[in-house]
Ligand binder design. Structure first.
Ligand code: ZN
Length: 491
């Protein structure tokens, strides 16, 4: 009995201590929204040691108190698909509310070098997949440069130039070596296998299935840009989505199909119905989209191998250089396709109607495919709130937040337990938090001025560190941390 009283006193005492706790930072009086629990109420949020310590209807005490009345307090946005990993891109991502931006579509040429280059120098959290395209280029004897920036392009060298390493089938011996390289890259901390099948058209169906088998064996997902776009058979977008759903079914690997809108174009809703059907049959298939009618890629890649015009159903003039606004001709395209220098190009191939029909679909999470040269780099997340929640009203704010926070965090959970602490505004979650003004948040990036930062993010916390303070970027803080498969999980 005495012991019980003692325990009771201890509990009362520790509760008193807790309620008197002074947090590092308190966000007071904002409308706190959490897509997982459905919490949508005025609360105070206490942050200590990089974590959300308390969410309370009562005021909390903090060394610093930020007043968020009239603002939304939500989990920081998670972008699974961000190519531009340099500081300029990270700055505009921060103004767009993004606290984590990962290179998952294709992966980087060298995972260890990538992680080392970012350590202590990243504004927001980062991570990557193991790159099938880079492993293939290495095995074919033309390795990609692990340097982050290639001259003349806004995109780091993640895409091999069209050549034998992209266009020829691999021998069984080469496939074994590609798999070994991917295993080593997963050992270095990669969060999955990234494939850009359209950029390695020489990879046979069996090679693709073998990569899925490897991912399944390591219990990580495959993130992929599928084999083709367009209606023309064989080789349509529908066939391409079927191919990877088939590989997922055969191997048991989780599958994430990137940018369903820019691959499936006018067949986007049909592609979504394929994914819906696969999920109804128990397969783990997910997808994402970005809210723009144009795509962007690199001209000397295999995407522009002969036949691209017939597949895409567009002419040369719909290809535009982001730096100069130049519309291409047959001669210019051929020269830039054959050049050793990667040059970014915008591809205007989708319609606003199809983008608007894709974004609200409940299967679709938001990911930017961002890199310098395209406004999606800077504007994707604000644009979702401004256009789809505030103007078109085809999404509620909670639905939009779910697509930008919880759904991508749940993708990360398939690779690492760290994902469980992301994408949530809950006690115990990582203090990656966006405080935004729902009345004014807007994207300002355009195809003419793609690096214009969004407006309306008042505060951004990355692991508890204030990165945007009263709408201004704080200088000389680098709170971004790697998201990795933990060492103890390595098999
Ligand atoms: Zn892509």
């Amino acid at each position: 009995m005495r012991k019980l009283i003692f325990l009771l006193c201890l509990t009362l005492f520790s509760t008193a201590v807790l309620s008197a706790q002074q947090y590092d930072l308190v966000i007071e009086g904002g409308r706190v929204m959490d897509p997982e629990t459905g919490l949508d109420a005025i609360r105070s949020v206490g942050i200590a040691n990089g974590k959300i310590g308390r969410i309370s209807a009562e005021p909390l005490s903090g060394r610093r108190v930020v007043h968020a009345s009239g603002f939304i307090v939500a989990p920081g946005f998670i972008d699974l698909h961000q190519h531009g990993q340099e500081l300029e891109s990270q700055r505009v991502k921060a103004f767009d509310g993004v606290t984590t931006a990962l290179e998952m579509e294709i992966g980087v040429p060298d995972v260890a070098m990538f992680l080392k280059s970012k350590e202590g120098r990243s504004l927001i959290h980062y991570g990557t997949t193991a790159s099938h395209a880079a492993a293939r280029a290495l095995v074919f004897g033309s390795p990609l440069s692990p340097e982050i920036i290639s001259p003349g392009a806004g995109i780091p060298e993640i895409l091999p130039k069209s050549g034998p390493a992209t266009n020829e089938p691999a021998t069984p011996g080469q496939i074994t070596k590609i798999q070994q390289r991917l295993r080593d890259e997963l050992d270095a901390g990669a969060l999955g296998v990234g494939m850009g099948i359209q950029y390695t058209p020489g990879a046979t169906r069996l090679e693709i299935i073998d990569m899925f088998r490897l991912a399944a064996g390591r219990k990580v997902p495959v993130y992929t840009h599928v084999r083709s776009f367009g209606h023309t058979e064989p080789g349509s977008a529908i066939e391409s989505v079927e191919e990877v759903i088939g590989a997922a079914a055969i191997s048991g690997a989780s599958l994430h199909i990137v940018h369903i809108n820019s691959t499936c174009l006018l067949d986007s809703l049909e592609c979504l119905s394929l994914i819906d059907g696969a999920r109804a049959r128990g397969l783990d298939v997910t997808t994402e989209a970005y809210p723009y009618i144009a795509g962007m890629t690199v001209l000397n890649s295999a995407l522009f191998n002969p036949g691209w015009r017939e597949k895409l159903g567009i002419d040369y003039s719909r290809l535009v250089l982001p730096d100069t606004g130049e519309h291409l001709t047959k001669e210019r395209l051929e020269a830039l396709h054959n050049s050793p220098v990667p040059q970014s190009v915008l591809i205007f191939a989708n319609t606003q109607e199809m983008v608007d029909a894709t974004i609200p679909n409940p299967l679709v999470m938001i990911a930017s495919d961002g890199a310098a040269g395209h406004p999606r780099n800077a504007g994707t997340y604000s644009r979702i709130v401004a256009q789809y929640v505030r103007e078109k009203k085809t999404l509620t704010l909670m639905e939009a937040l779910r697509k930008m926070t919880l759904m991508p965090a749940q993708m990360l959970e398939r690779s690492t337990p760290a994902g469980r602490h992301k994408g949530r505004l809950q006690e115990g979650a990582d203090a990656d938090v966006v405080v935004l003004d729902p009345a004014t948040i807007s994207d300002r990036a355009t195809f003419e001025k793609p690096m214009e930062p969004s407006v309306g993010v008042r505060y951004l916390l990355v692991g508890g560190t204030v990165l945007i303070d009263e709408g201004k970027l704080v200088s000389d803080v680098f709170p971004g941390r790697a998201i990795l498969v933990p060492r103890k999980d390595l098999r």
